[in-house]
Design a protein around this ligand. Sequence first.
Ligand code: ARG
Length: 269
Amino acid sequence: MRPTAAFLRRTTAAGAVALAAFSLQPAAAHAAPAPTPGGTVHSHVVGGTRADQGEFPFMVRLSMGCGGALYAKDIVLTAAHCVDGSGPDTSITATAGVADLQDSAAVKVASTQVLQAPGYNGKGKDWALIKLAKPVDQPTLKIAGADTYNNGDFTIAGWGADKEGGDQQRYLLKATVPFVDDATCRKAYGDSLTPGEEICAGKLDTGGTDTCQGDSGGPMFRKDDGGQWIQVGIVSWGEGCARPGKPGVYTEVSTFAADIQKAASQLGG
Ligand code: ARG
């Protein structure tokens, strides 16, 4: 993906911080080799564990090296920075229905269209929809329509790097991260944060658990009062991964719920 204005702004503001640290860029789409056998404690997403097959059936891996979630059976919600603008696009492959990307049961479907958030310029508004050539027979993930659930502990999941600079993963990894309020997150990121459009999460004191490169576009979610998964965030950016004092930054889904719904209906969803 090309660098965006905000990408440059962030990296400039960060001074000596490596370009990669603030990168909104999706990771390369290659998968890591199979994990070491034999009792190793696997550390994944960053600081997570392997998800079971079927545990998060709405999770999708996108071929440009991002994650996503099934908003509808034929529409994937991902990050704006994972796509190149809007319009017809048959270049993306979505892999669905598996935790292990090499599982022979993986369902692979091509994209037909992309709709990037209107007004997206690299700061905030980091959401996009990808229309698929055919529906995937998996449950969808409901999005939060209000800020009711923008608190508590969140689940994150993805096939991205298991540490800063780490490899993309073959197996879906999951972890839990606590909500971080805007004022606290602003202390970490200053004006790079767009508080009304972004929601932060992470273990401020210790670090150690976070999404990372290649997890972008994937969902951050929790249970609602009815015990159903509900999506509150989209993996967007952070300074490095899992650093103490540097929470992960996620698109605040509730802010854009109406826009996402409208965009989906434009895609025939
Ligand atoms: N921008 C990254 C990607 O494209 C996601 C980075 C998330 N970083 C974090 N520290 N939570 O995959």
